[in-house]
Design a protein around this ligand. Structure first.
Ligand code: NAP
Length: 240
């Protein structure tokens, strides 16, 4: 587990899985910075987590906003990069500009964040990038999500070498059943799809937000785990 008074920066800590992750780090006593889109919104969400939490505007498709948010500040012990552009697209219905934006957000944007915070990292710092099992398990209209998540493994590998001794790992969940995204989908009728996936998963349950947070905290904390993409999928990849 990250320790009290260690400084964690969560890019994408303003919503989705990133927000409960940020709250869990705060509950452990970490000093916390969250970054997401909208200065007032990020500040308000930071305040709702607790006193002393910093909330910064950051748009991963805009290098200026990355530098403005992250170039200066206290040393960083833990950096977590959560965002994704949920672009639903296929080769048949391809939009080059939207696809490039999705790649900027998930891949070059992540690298720009790492580049920007370099002077703030310590030899003992650790980074976790969010990928996903869509990297090797495409689904309908997942073209850019699959490409971006496969690319995360490459980003992780090269950062682990270039930033050494800073450790860099990634986490690849399968569908996270109680994430805000999927809770909203269930409200719109997706329950049969989730039930079918649950039945196929060896653990007979879907990954949960707390499983993902546990995995991220393990990767941040364990001093010998480096350059590893950790599947949090209940063994689903074994039954494909
Ligand atoms: N949920 C799942 O079942 C699941 C499964 C596998 C992998 N994952 C991965 O887990 C991560 C979190 O998923 P999630 O379900 O929490 O996704 P989500 O609810 O869609 O949240 C996406 C996050 O990305 C941020 N974001 C999107 N575009 C951005 C941009 N241009 N600049 C900065 N931030 C941006 C959002 O920030 P704002 O607050 O500014 O909107 C939000 O925090 C993602 O990387 C996703 O691929 C999720």
């Amino acid at each position: 587990m990250p320790k009290a008074n260690e400084h964690m920066v969560v890019v994408g800590g303003t919503s989705g899985i990133g927000l409960p992750l940020a709250k869990a780090a705060h509950a452990l006593g970490c000093k916390l910075t969250i970054a997401g889109r909208g200065a007032g919104r990020a500040a308000e969400i930071a305040k709702s987590i607790g006193p002393g939490v910093a909330g910064l505007h950051l748009e991963l498709d805009d290098g200026n906003s990355i530098r403005a948010a992250l170039a200066d500040g206290p040393p960083i012990d833990h950096l977590v990069l959560v965002p994704v552009d949920q672009l639903a697209t296929s080769v048949k219905n391809f939009d080059l500009a939207a696809a490039n934006k999705a790649l900027h957000i998930k891949l070059t944007g992540y690298v720009e964040v790492a580049h920007t915070v370099l002077p703030r990292l310590k030899p003992t710092s650790a980074i976790v990038l969010f990928g996903g099992m869509a990297k090797s398990r495409p689904y309908m209209n997942s073209t850019m999500i699959t490409i971006a998540k496969a690319g995360i493994v490459g980003v992780m590998n090269t950062l682990a070498i270039e930033l050494a001794p800073v450790r860099v790992n990634s986490v690849s969940p399968s569908l996270v059943g109680d994430s805000p995204k999927w809770e909203a989908a269930v409200r719109k009728g997706a329950k049969p799809f989730l039930d079918a996936l649950t039945a196929k998963t060896p653990t007979k349950r879907l990954a949960s937000v707390s499983d993902v947070i546990d995995a991220v905290f393990f990767l941040l904390d364990n001093r010998s785990v480096n350059g590893h993409d950790l599947a949090v999928d209940g063994g689903y990849q074994l039954v494909l």
